[in-house]
Design a protein around this ligand. Structure first.
Ligand code: NAD
Length: 392
């Protein structure tokens, strides 16, 4: 029998409602797919409120150590204070473990209520850079000694005169490197090659931020030429691939946010920087049913270390009522299964989600958005989870 250790962080707020559903669905799928030959050994590690309460730290060293040892974890959402207090635990985890890809597949399941006319045209995988950009956490508050020093340095030594209100400005720094950009874009191109996808789009704001976002774009094309033998034809760049070459193009982020509404079928694999990726992922998720169903993973493709996660937050407004949608975490679990090559089990989870939604059994968030509720069933989180298991 093959035992696969999987660490899990339950998560704050609704975490304690969606995590058991995810564990049940994944365990049952693996059991069914491999007839008991493979077992997922779930082991809890603590982070967030539960860790704070039991261990006096929201991200204890033992949690990080254990994740480093095992290399595979799945987490529920964690609370982050806004504008004050400690930094995001999610960002801290990604940076501490150098999980440089935030990977978010976005596809439509028939029957999910959507605000757009043709949600079935959306089928993309977003590769968001996870360790750099304005998210690196290098900032100084308005009026602080640090910001005064930085502004003095910029004006006196760097001849910068574009800070409109130097007396009251807060300052943030946006590091974007060649290595950081190339490893992210490499992961996106490798994914396209491995999964038969035919378009890779670099999304950036290089028209305004020429050296950081513009650099990301240029380094992407450079990488394609140097490592993938990319070639030019009729003014376009192609990467040689079996079954048809891959088109490598780029798009300015604001135009991209329009295009994903107007012509989403033009895009397949998307590689972008940290902040753009945050906006793009949520906008795309909204097109196919919202954050309740959008899965995500943070991966270091060099070490294989990965943390899979629900992309929504802790939803304090609906916690504890057995009404939340567990699909974001369940589908993140589906990605986890694929990551450890349990493809048959992953396919089963997808098929169960498809079947369950097609039979018009949904949680309250989807039920409330249905135009026609005739023949639809509104299930609680636990009952919905049980049906997912039954439909495997
Ligand atoms: P949120 O995702 O918690 O909630 C936004 C809206 O979506 C709410 O109306 C909520 O009820 C709804 N919602 C979220 N998940 C749902 C689900 N599974 N089923 C049904 N409805 C769902 O975002 P927020 O309100 O901006 O953030 C609340 C807290 O969560 C903050 O502390 C924030 O920092 C944290 N957060 C954590 C993560 C993470 O851990 N990855 C991500 C985003 C936000």
């Amino acid at each position: 029998m093959r035992r696969i250790p999987v660490l899990y962080i339950e998560g704050d707020g609704i975490g304690s409602e969606i995590t058991p559903v995810m564990k049940d669905v994944l365990s049952a799928a693996v059991d069914k797919a491999y007839g008991g030959e493979v077992v997922l050994d779930f082991e809890e590690v603590l982070a967030g409120g539960k860790a704070e309460h039991l261990m006096g730290s929201s991200l204890p060293d033992v949690t990080l150590e254990r994740i480093r040892e095992v290399g595979l974890a799945i987490k529920g959402p964690l609370m982050t204070p806004v504008g004050k207090g400690r930094r995001s635990l999610n960002v801290a985890l990604r940076q501490a473990l150098d999980l440089y890809v935030c990977q978010r597949p976005v596809r439509y399941f028939t029957g999910v209520p959507s605000p757009v006319k043709h949600p079935q045209l959306v089928d993309m995988v977003v590769f968001r850079e996870n360790t750099e950009d304005i998210y690196a956490g290098i900032e100084w508050a308005s009026g602080s000694d640090g910001v005064k020093k930085v502004i003095r340095f910029l004006t006196e030594e760097m001849d910068v005169h574009a800070i409109r209100f130097p007396q009251t400005s807060a300052i943030g720094i946006k590091p974007v490197s060649i290595e950081g950009s190339k490893r992210l874009i490499r992961a996106a191109i490798d994914y396209a090659l491995a999964n038969g996808r035919k378009v890779v789009t670099l999304v950036h704001k290089g028209n305004i931020m020429k050296f950081t976002e513009g650099g990301f774009r240029s380094w992407g094309y450079e990488l394609a030429r140097d490592e993938y033998r990319a070639y030019e034809k009729d003014g376009r760049t192609y990467i040689p691939a079996e079954g048809g070459d891959i088109l490598l193009n780029d798009c300015i982020c604001d135009a991209f946010l329009q295009n994903i509404l107007l012509k989403p079928q033009d895009y397949s694999v998307v590689a972008t920087l940290n902040l753009n990726g945050d906006y793009v992922s949520d906008a795309l998720a909204a097109e196919v049913g919202g954050i309740g169903i959008a899965p995500g993973a943070n991966i270091n493709y060099d070490t294989g270390m990965a943390i899979f996660e629900a992309t929504h937050g802790i939803a304090p407004d609906i916690a504890g009522q057995d009404i939340v949608n567990p699909l974001s975490l369940v589908l993140s679990g589906e990605m986890l299964l694929r990551h450890v090559a349990l493809v048959e089990a992953a396919d089963m989870v997808l098929a169960s989600v498809e079947k369950t939604i097609a039979s018009r059994h949904v949680t309250r968030d989807f039920y409330n958005l249905l135009d026609d509720r005739e023949g639809a069933f509104c299930l609680g989180t636990k009952a919905f989870g049980a049906l997912l298991v039954e439909n495997l």
